[in-house]
Design a protein around this ligand. Sequence first.
Ligand code: 5AD
Ligand code: SF4
Length: 437
Amino acid sequence: MNVYDSDRMSDVLTPLGYELAPDPEGADMVILNTCHIREKAAEKVYSELGRIRELKAAKAAQGNGAMVVAVAGCVAQAEGEEMIARAPVVDMVFGPQSYHRLPEMIAKLEGGAKHVLDTDFPVEDKFDALPKVARKASPAAFLTVQEGCDKFCTFCVVPYTRGAEFSRPVAKIMAEAQKMVANGTREITLLGQNVNAFHGADESGQSQGLGQLITLLAELDGLERIRYMTSHPRDMDDALIAAHGNVQKLMPYLHLPVQSGSDKILKAMNRQHTGEEYQKLVARIRGVRNDLALSSDFIVGFPGETDQDFEDTMQLIRDVKYAQAFSFKYSPRPGTPGADMKDQVPEDVKSERLQRLQALVNEQAADFHGSMAGQEMDILFEKPGRHDGQLIGRSPYLQPVHVMAPDHLIGQIARVRITTKSTNSLGGELVGAREVA
Ligand code: 5AD
Ligand code: SF4
């Protein structure tokens, strides 16, 4: 989502005469767009600011004018005033809900304000206030449909930093998607902190779920692929599960975090489901889409996690079989219930568990990746490859695929037979000359 937000910031700044610089050196403005999900985020920002302070001083010393330094995103939201006090190099601090007001903030600075702080949750719709720029379309792009979260998992800062759940109205999403497709986008990933809790109002004011939204989007000519992330198992409703079976444009790759395989830990995390319920859910979705591949997030070392609890997680991974997984040591986030729980797990135990878990998921990921060889699949070509005449595209499972193919296929989907694999990518060849879209 930060990639999407950063792109929107650049949209806001373009009419003011700004353009993207290749690196911060010599730039007129540097924005650090930050994430606060795990520990040390704030520390990383402060150490990065140390580096930027030097660049700012060098620019001034060369007589090249001022460098405006801004911190955006959830670290800015959480630190607020504190950030300006601790790092005087910072000119602007603003949260994820305020970046559409960048022009006003810049005007304040130009008007002589020493610092600008904007961490409000405004009542107006940020998305309405964003400029409608005809950006150069990428074949695969993000579209935010939902923000915030009401789930309050006991380890997570999102409900505090991003606030309550909010869904954009269906018509506005459809209009944005239509424009993206007209500009050449073929694949849209619907974004939200808890995207499958989406409940946007339609024209008649009725609330529509993510399954309905995906069904509507699938009717757009020229849009070939739909994805969504990140989801909570509790919000996979019947319509969304059905969409996985009915909507061919919905890609068979689902990020569905389970976090832990132990019912005791899942309860302490306030996830509101058991390991068995998760597995039944996965079976239901695979039941309607048998080529579905899954990815998940895992946290090891949540307070109270015993060896047995950890083994339950390992067993769940063996049972479900993931194409990919992201795993983290639990980090206590101030202000969340988990941080005050007793039985915090020692760091060395967390490290050891993380290593074991990662070895298992890496093995599964390699198996999955290896199983692609010899298969034929649709590839969406995104950009030229490193070698002459080569393009890089993505498989339905987001793997990069290198293929010798003509340039005019960029932004199009073509049938490819997978012939080679390396650790993180695949190689293939066009099947005949048939282009699918
Ligand atoms: N400690 C470790 N991992 C966390 N995540 C969120 N909060 C924490 C935390 N306090 C992980 C979860 C989530 C992913 C985005 O980050 O696994 O799904
Ligand atoms: Fe955080 Fe996701 Fe839980 Fe919401 S559902 S509190 S974003 S982990």
